[in-house]
Design a protein around this ligand. Structure first.
Ligand SMILES: NC(=O)c1ccc[n+]([C@@H]2O[C@H](COP(=O)([O-])OP(=O)(O)OC[C@H]3O[C@@H](n4cnc5c(N)ncnc54)[C@H](OP(=O)(O)O)[C@@H]3O)[C@@H](O)[C@H]2O)c1
Length: 350
């Protein structure tokens, strides 16, 4: 437990959360970092390792270890911690965001900066509707776009697939075009200082554009690789997928170009033509050809997917705009059906 007001809390200690916690704690002059642990067995495993987290670049890379983390597990302390949370990195899957934040919502307020390192869109709307209903006491949101590939070899050891990945962060602006707030820079600067994260900062207009482009690539790559159980690069070898990709991207382009929030952006940020989206998908598939997508891995391991925050977000926004997204609906339903086949998960947020 800690009451250092500059503590950076990390929620979601999977691949990305462990990588970020490790990266923050290995900084020269590291900030205080508190791991928010949600499972007793994980708490015990981390405690047994003396709160050390390791990182290797590649399976055969040398092990860099860091220690000095604080940790909290809700419900474990005799008196619940009431320290305000000023800086919070969230790295749970998009579908777990609200549930994961629920135990901490009373410690989050207007002064809090939450940085979401997640795929997909729609989490901010969910948090505002379900957790932080009063706009006057809402936290400031930041989004982190992760272009590193990371997986866990064990609960205390993450593997970074290559040293050449990078990340982008920025503060989320309003959907009405007013500029993003300028929060204090402690969390942003800590993320930018990390040599491992290789993080750059984006203004809201650029961040939104990059998020939408990444979402378009995820809308094609994630469900198709999950349904066919293939690596990303195998998408290029199958000509039967081309018409499906074309239908998906036509719908996505139509939705993106009509979003109210992009109408306020500079003109060079608002081109979401089918051709530009196709180029992004092609580039993503080529750069990640050897990767197995997170949705494919989620389906294989019987875990909920992020489909409702990827194609599901396009469908929801399309519905608001009166745009039918039949191809995206079909693919989403196929993923939900496949999840149910694998796991019995039938909830619409799976
Ligand atoms: N890994 C990558 O290379 C990569 C790259 C780009 C983007 N991303 C995105 O980054 C996000 C995180 O991905 P990831 O690969 O780190 O996922 P992950 O390895 O599955 O990690 C998620 C972590 O959140 C934990 N969690 C689940 N419910 C929780 C709760 N209620 N409270 C606290 N923690 C909870 C999970 O614990 P359990 O073990 O108990 O489930 C798990 O440790 C996702 O949106 C993903 O799409 C990942």
């Amino acid at each position: 437990m800690t009451n250092n007001p500059s503590t950076i809390y990390v929620l979601g200690l999977g691949s990305i959360g462990s990588f970020i916690a490790h990266s923050l704690c290995s900084l020269v002059k590291p900030p205080s970092v508190t791991l928010l642990v949600h499972r007793q067995d994980l708490y015990q495993e981390l405690a047994a390792k003396n709160w050390r987290l390791g990182l290797r670049v590649g399976e055969r890379g040398s092990l860099e270890e860091t220690s000095g983390f604080n940790a909290e597990m809700p419900g474990q302390q005799s008196s619940p911690c009431v320290d305000q949370i000023r800086y919070l990195v969230v790295a749970v899957k998009a579908s777990a965001t609200v549930t994961a934040l629920e135990p901490f919502k009373n410690r989050i307020g207007r002064e809090t900066i939450i940085c979401l390192f997640q795929n997909g869109l729609g989490q901010v709307e969910d948090m505002n509707e379900q957790l932080f209903v009063d706009p006057s006491t809402r936290p400031t949101y930041m989004f982190g776009i992760m272009r590193h590939g990371v997986y866990l070899k064990s609960s205390t050891e993450a593997i970074l697939s290559s040293p050449n990945g990078c990340a982008e962060v920025g503060v989320v602006g309003s959907s009405h075009g007013s500029p993003a707030p300028s929060p204090d820079r402690f969390l942003i600067d800590a993320l930018l200082r990390s040599p491992n994260l290789r993080c750059t900062e984006l203004k809201w207009a650029d961040l939104l554009r990059v998020q939408l482009l990444k979402l378009a690539a995820n809308c094609v790559v994630n469900p198709l690789t999950a349904l066919l159980d293939i690596r990303n690069g195998d998408l290029l070898d199958n000509p039967h997928l081309q018409p499906i990709q074309c239908c998906l991207l036509k719908e996505i382009s139509n939705v993106f170009e009509n979003l109210p929030e992009i109408q306020h952006l500079p003109r060079d940020c608002t081109n979401f033509s089918v051709m530009s989206l196709e180029a992004v998908v092609q580039d993503t598939v080529e750069k990640t050809a050897q990767n197995s997508s997170s949705m494919r891995e989620d389906i294989r391991k019987g875990r909920p997917t992020e489909i409702m925050f990827i194609n599901g977000w396009v469908i929801r926004r399309g519905k608001d705009l009166g745009i039918d997204c039949i191809a995206n609906i079909c693919l989403t339903q196929m993923i939900l059906a496949k999840s149910q086949e694998q796991t019995g998960i039938s909830r619409s947020d799976s």
